[in-house]
Design a protein around this ligand. Structure first.
Ligand code: GP9
Ligand code: MN
Length: 424
């Protein structure tokens, strides 16, 4: 009800993080390209398997002068997996404590990235080599205001060697996407969702370029082959974007959507990581890589703690679009006022100093139980995290954005979108 909305707006106004003048508008007017790294955990970055880099291209990107690489960025997904990641990236709202908001809340009013950017002349599109109905995307994308959704119906999926369990493998997917991407007017906001690196990570051995690991746990051992494939596909994308003349006027964002190896593989992961996978280690394995490449922007490894709800305000500020009046629960990662406490969907959280995992507090730096003197501070952070999650659930469960239109924002009419191929 409206008092809930008042609480929400009071929170977002008070939690608003001012743009950093050094980054605000650094990408003004540029195209935006999101490259979704399926099931990709950050431990893969700079990891060597039998002395060999698993992801050499992404490793090189951590050193690129115009790329910010965030090595303390965490997924915040729940049961909605990829759809939760998308929900957070597009709205800066958390997914739900159970189930997938994509499926149960597709009829809500949203003020998602595509609709905000439409007011600035952007055309938006999602590319995904799976059926458009998976995760109910072809319904909720209309509420987000995506102009186009190029699903499997737009691709040639006839050759079995090109296919993974959930759709077209990354290399043929990106290759076939080129003509569709070229058809978009600029500036565009384009998201490419891949499926090559997806559980259980089995791959046609004719396509692999790195050996499996040898823990004896099949999905852990295979994970490195599909991760390497993902890396090779991304390298090809960067090469093609340069050849297409898009590299110098586009922001390229790469993000991991959620973990790849679940908590059921502790023995094998202890061998891979060279340490026991305690609850603290497991929480710290929830890092996913975030790369933000902006032509002309000062890059470097950025240790700021953040999560997927922080990406939208960060992107909008890079594009020179202020977020103060939007209901967004994350904050700009480049802002000096960014809140580095990262809530997980289950109420746990990590931060540069204190972690809360399974109702226990830890010193983030040492992994040891928190000393008594910091308990008051820890409890304060826990209350803030619980409150942030509670507000997000109020917005999504109460569909509160129906009652709140930021000035200058044009609401979405989902009925005006049609994603079927012949409609294009
Ligand atoms: C399905 C693909 C994988 O289209 O995005 O979804 P996930 O299983 O990772 O949620
Ligand atoms: Mn996924």
């Amino acid at each position: 009800d409206s008092s809930d909305l008042t609480d929400v707006v009071n929170y977002t106004q008070s939690a608003y993080a001012e743009p950093n003048p050094a980054y605000f508008g650094a990408a003004k007017g540029m195209n935006v390209i999101y490259l979704h790294l399926e099931s990709f955990q950050n431990f893969l970055i700079n990891y060597k398997l039998n002395g060999e880099e698993v992801t050499p291209f992404l490793n090189s990107l951590t050193k690129d002068k115009n790329t910010a690489y965030f090595d303390n960025f965490f997924h915040q997904t729940g049961q909605g997996k990829t759809s939760d990641a998308e929900f957070m990236l597009e709205n800066s709202l958390f997914g739900l404590p159970q189930g997938s908001a994509f499926i149960t809340k597709a009829q809500n009013t949203y003020q998602a990235a595509p609709s905000i950017l439409k007011d600035y002349g952007y055309t938006s599109a999602v590319f995904h080599g799976n059926n458009g109905s998976f995760w109910n995307r072809n319904t909720i994308y209309k509420a987000f205001g995506f102009d186009h959704f190029f699903d499997a119906g737009y691709y040639d999926t006839s050759d079995p060697i090109d296919m993974a369990e959930y759709g077209l493998l990354d290399k043929p997917f990106y290759e076939q996407s080129e003509s569709l991407l070229s058809s978009l007017p600029q500036p565009f906001y384009a998201k490419f969702i891949t499926v090559g690196n997806h559980y259980p990570y089995a791959m046609n051995q004719d396509l692999v370029t790195i050996d499996k690991a040898n823990t004896g746990d099949v999905s852990v051992d295979d994970y490195f082959q599909t991760a390497r494939y993902t890396d090779e596909a991304i390298e090809k994308v960067f090469t093609r974007l340069k050849e297409m003349g898009l590299y110098d006027n586009s922001v390229i964002v790469l993000y991991g959507d959620h973990y790849g190896i679940s908590e059921n593989h502790k023995r094998a992961m202890a061998q891979i990581m060279g340490k026991e996978i305690t609850p603290y280690e497991s929480a710290n394995l929830q890092r996913v890589p975030l790369f933000i490449h902006v032509p002309g922007m000062k890059g470097g490894v950025n240790h700021t703690y953040g999560g997927q709800t922080d990406l939208l305000p960060t992107l909008l500020h890079l594009l020179g679009i202020d977020t103060k009046n939007f209901v967004q629960l994350g904050s700009d990662l480049f802002s000096k006022e960014h809140n580095e406490v990262v809530p997980f969907r289950n109420g746990d959280f990590v931060s540069p100093t204190i972690d809360s995992i399974n109702e226990k507090f830890y010193d983030n730096q040492t992994g040891l139980p928190l000393d008594e003197r910091q308990m008051e501070r820890a409890n304060t952070l826990k209350k803030e995290v619980d409150y942030r999650l509670e507000l997000s659930d109020k917005v999504v469960n109460g569909d509160l954005l129906r009652f709140y239109t930021p000035n200058g924002y044009t609401p979405v009419d989902p009925s005006q979108y049609n994603y079927t191929k012949d409609a294009d």
